[in-house]
Design a binder for this molecule. Structure first.
Ligand SMILES: *[C@@H]1O[C@H](CO)[C@@H](O)[C@H](O)[C@H]1NC(C)=O
Ligand SMILES: *[C@@H]1O[C@H](CO)[C@@H](O)[C@H](O)[C@H]1NC(C)=O
Ligand SMILES: *[C@@H]1O[C@H](CO)[C@@H](O)[C@H](O)[C@H]1NC(C)=O
Length: 345
């Protein structure tokens, strides 16, 4: 008992020391560091209009962030810049607010933020429509061999034959969605417009939203076996890591199309490449891949039945403006000591 008390006192002394070693002056007006130079103006203007002083970096590197982090009250950043412990150690103790201009936050160690009592907000929802549109585009492009068709023209291989370049219908198809979150639901809504037969989904549990969409909750196995389109829209968790592996692809139909718009190692990429090469599935469309950026000589670029886009699912003018604005609003809430609009930590 006594030992414990002693330990707590020691801890307390250590924390007080740490705090006093840091620059604890709260700035007036509050200073916000904008780490990503391409952050749309919408959010930056909003911060200024609401009384913040902003510092904008010319390069989003750890070194650049380190030069300014000690003097600011909040940080606005975007992937791929990582919020490292080095940055957090260098931050003044008034730096308690972080916003990322992204829905995903793989670039941030949220346990570390929690430990340090720093708040983090992200920007989901405003990108759902753009990302869902993109997923549908990839599904259509892969099913109708968009990339391969373009190559045929370039290579002077255009034929006019009734059996040439046949693709897969979406009409009457079964669409399997892995992860029926907000984006998954937006995809389901869009796919229903194509006169499909059925929507299947899998995830932690059956959802009321699934019922509303007329979607059927099934196991991952059933989804692989019965779907003509498999669309992945799950976040990376311990459960989903490597979920779409060789076994999964082997269960898919030879005529089926695979779409990956989710971040993280949800899909075993070598297994997908193998499935495409051996035509054990029909085609695939990916907006996310490993590594990013993908080197121009990567073997995936040599697969005619693979449609690739360079991680631009949310890249529309309006969506990016909305994301920037939302990140700015999260910062203002955080600075005011209020709950952020989309709090992560
Ligand atoms: C603390 O922050 C203020 C305000 O930005 C700055 O002027 C001052 O130099 C900093 N002091 C230290 C010790 O970093
Ligand atoms: C869809 O199903 C209906 C009813 O079975 C059928 O008449 C139609 O030909 C099918 N369309 C396609 C494109 O498969
Ligand atoms: C799906 O995207 C994630 C994230 O970039 C990547 O790690 C994974 O390998 C991708 N899967 C495929 C098959 O490209």
């Amino acid at each position: 008992m006594l030992k414990w008390k002693f330990f707590i006192v020691l801890k307390f002394v250590a924390i007080v020391r740490m705090a006093s070693a840091k620059n604890c002056s709260t700035n007036k007006p509050p200073k916000v560091l904008i780490a990503e130079p391409s952050t749309p103006r919408s959010g930056i203007s909003y911060l200024k209009e609401h009384g913040c002083q902003v510092i904008e970096l010319e390069k989003a590197t750890e070194d650049e962030v380190l030069k300014h982090i000690a003097e600011v009250d909040a940080l606005l950043l975007a992937p791929p810049l990582k919020l490292t412990n080095k940055i957090l150690d260098a931050a003044g103790c008034n730096m308690k607010t972080v916003a990322t201009v992204s829905a995903g936050y793989n670039h941030i160690d949220i346990d570390e933020l929690r430990k340090r009592g720093i708040k983090l907000g992200n920007t989901p929802r405003v990108l759902d429509a753009a990302v869902a549109d993109h997923a549908v585009m990839l599904a259509l492009a892969a099913a109708r061999r968009l990339h391969e068709g373009r190559l045929k023209i370039e290579n002077n291989e255009w034929k006019s034959d009734y059996q040439w370049m046949l693709g897969q219908d979406i009409c009457n198809s079964t669409v399997g969605i892995i992860g029926l979150g907000n984006i998954g639901q937006a995809i389901a809504k869009r796919m229903k417009g194509f006169d499909i037969k059925q929507i299947l989904y899998t995830g932690h549990r059956e959802k009321p939203e699934g019922k509303e969409l007329g979607a059927k909750f099934v196991s991952l196995d059933t989804l692989a076996r019965d779907s003509d389109f498999v669309i992945i829209s799950v976040p990376l968790t311990k459960e989903t890591e490597g979920m779409c592996n060789e076994e999964f692809f082997s269960k898919m139909k030879k005529t089926s199309v695979f779409v990956n718009i989710s971040r993280g190692q949800v899909v075993d990429q070598p297994a997908l490449i193998k499935a495409l090469k051996t035509n054990s599935i029909f085609a695939a469309g990916l907006d996310v891949m490993t590594p990013e950026p993908l080197p121009p000589d990567h073997e995936m670029l040599k697969l005619p039945n693979l449609v690739l886009t360079p991680h631009i699912g949310s890249a529309t003018t309006n969506t990016r403006n909305e994301m920037s604005l939302l990140a700015a609003k999260n910062i203002l809430k955080g600075l005011a000591g209020e709950e952020m609009i989309y709090p992560v930590v």
